[in-house]
Design a protein around this ligand. Structure first.
Ligand code: ADP
Ligand code: AMP
Length: 215
């Protein structure tokens, strides 16, 4: 049976890493609004042009833009398991999602909260490397590529994200605590929240996720 899952947590908590693994394991449809926006920036679409300014500064893109992006990426929430990574990020977004799902008698089933201290986030993001071609994510310390600087999957030269510079990381953490963290109580009050300790190593976080997903 299908499910609607949300991965919630600060930038750098490991949501994308775990979401890729979960998708491979289960065949879930993985939607990272950050990935969709980065593709739009690369393609220089209107959305991409608007979004780039916000993304580079570590700010959230405006509500109407992100809703268009999400609902275009997922026109139908009723088939298969859908894993939302990086959405919702504000209570307004969560309410818009609830409204959209409600029309089809659907709701978010579970929200996995990735708990991790800010210091660990700063460390992880400072070492993050991204494949600009296939989107694979690496880390200089915890998940290095086999060949230095090159993607294991497609061989493309890896890059650092513009928003993984120190000023941007600080801003994104502030945005998380100001605008996104209220979603913790929003989803806890609705009985949806499942916290996991995301500060552990990748294998350990995977097994926590396995335990809560009956994988
Ligand atoms: P998010 O999608 O939450 O922003 P990512 O999945 O991109 O986070 O992970 C951020 C960085 O931390 C990446 O460089 C990734 O390789 C690394 N990483 C992810 N999970 C772990 C973990 N459990 N332990 C150590 N490093 C991790
Ligand atoms: P991420 O890849 O999840 O770290 O997202 C990268 C950037 O994309 C964020 O810093 C925001 O600028 C933008 N973004 C991604 N998802 C959202 C969202 N749900 N709401 C607003 N902005 C978003």
């Amino acid at each position: 049976m299908g499910e609607i899952l949300v991965f919630l947590g600060p930038p750098g908590a490991g949501k994308g890493t775990l979401a890729s693994w979960y998708r491979e394991k289960t065949g879930a449809k993985h939607i990272s609004t950050g990935d969709v926006l980065r593709q739009a920036v690369k393609d220089e679409t209107e959305v991409g042009k608007t979004a780039a300014k916000y993304m580079n500064a570590g700010k959230l893109v405006p509500l109407d833009v992100i809703l268009d992006v999400l609902f275009e990426a997922v026109p139908d929430f009723s088939t298969g398991t859908i894993l939302l990574d990086g959405f919702p990020r504000t209570v307004d977004q969560a309410e818009a999602l609830e409204k959209r799902l409600g029309k089809k008698n659907l709701e978010v089933d579970r929200v996995v909260l990735f708990e991790i201290p800010d210091e660990d986030v700063v460390k992880r993001l400072s070492g993050r490397l991204l494949c600009p071609n296939c989107g694979a994510v690496y880390n200089l310390e915890s998940a290095p590529p086999h060949r230095e600087g090159l993607c294991d999957v497609c061989g493309t030269e890896l890059i650092r994200r513009k928003d993984d510079e120190p000023d941007s990381i600080r801003e994104r953490l502030k945005v998380y605590w100001d605008s996104t963290s209220p979603l913790v109580s929003y989803y806890r009050d609705r009985g949806k929240l499942v916290p996991i300790d995301a500060s552990k190593g990748i294998e350990e976080v995977r097994s926590e996720l396995k335990n809560i997903s009956n994988l």
